[in-house]
Design a protein around this ligand. Structure first.
Ligand code: NAD
Length: 230
């Protein structure tokens, strides 16, 4: 039986596809104060601004492609039983061919009713003011905003607790409750971090840190796997 590998990914794995990370932009996301565009308060204040922000992100997502780091992670399914747990709202893991993906913070290519989170739709194009769900409520992006509950956390924690290997790629692990997931890693689990910067995760001391960008880091990891060293 293959070992179970859980990959926790964040904005850094998509950076080399041309999507900006959040922390690397001085706390702004594409020049916006995060609370203006990614919080229930921001939505109350200015729905048009929030919709336009995500419309732009969606249009950008149509133009970018998965990079080699996404592809290598998908290829590793030949060697491991892999669960991807991503904080990313892009669909680059899907397009690269990964099969088991949990999107903790939602998905850009989906929308939902602003009154009922059970009404979820495919959304490849812009959401406009006046676009309604079947309960007649305004459509909003299917994104978990700051301060909202993250419904997939228990499922993610279950996967992490069972992992033989946890691979953390391109995330600052500063956004809670996702950041708390590392507390579920078992003692016997092997830990690998791919991040070009120093990190201060609480498990960092016992992790192998490949201090490279995602593509170079995943190429190095793939080599180790092919040499049967993992
Ligand atoms: P973050 O912006 O907080 O952290 C990015 C991390 O990636 C940093 O630790 C940085 O050192 C590292 N990094 C930068 N370039 C890298 C590269 N080329 N290769 C590997 N690592 C690199 O991102 P986060 O931890 O994912 O949290 C930010 C929140 O913003 C998440 O909730 C996420 O949903 C959202 N977000 C998503 C996207 C996306 O979907 N692509 C993009 C920006 C922000």
């Amino acid at each position: 039986m293959n070992k179970k590998l859980v990959a926790i990914t964040g904005a850094g794995i998509s950076a080399e596809s041309g999507i900006k990370t959040f922390r690397d932009s001085n706390g702004l996301w594409e020049n916006h104060d995060i609370m203006e565009v990614a919080s229930p308060q921001g939505w109350q204040k200015n729905q048009a601004l929030v919709l336009e922000f995500y419309n732009q992100r969606r249009r950008q997502l149509h133009k970018v492609k998965p990079n080699k780091a996404h592809h290598i992670l998908a290829d590793l399914e030949q060697h491991f039983d892999i669960q991807v747990i991503t904080q990313n709202i892009d669909d680059l893991h899907e397009r690269a061919g990964s099969t088991n993906i949990l999107h903790l913070h939602g998905e850009l290519f989906k929308s939902r009713s602003s009154n009922n989170s059970n009404y979820i739709y495919e959304q490849k194009d812009d959401i406009k003011l006046g676009d309604k769900a079947e309960d007649d409520a305004q459509l909003r992006p299917h994104i978990v905003w700051f301060g909202e509950e993250v419904p997939l956390i228990p499922k993610a924690a279950e996967h992490i607790a069972k992992a033989d290997i946890v691979l953390v790629i391109g995330t600052s692990m500063q956004v809670y409750p996702a950041a708390g997931l590392v507390n579920y890693i078992s003692e016997k689990c092997q830990l690998i971090v791919i991040n070009p910067d120093d990190t201060d995760y609480n498990f960092e001391k016992r992790a192998v840190h490949i201090k490279e960008k995602a593509v170079k880091g995943m190429e190095a990891l793939y080599k180790v796997v092919l040499e049967n060293k993992l």
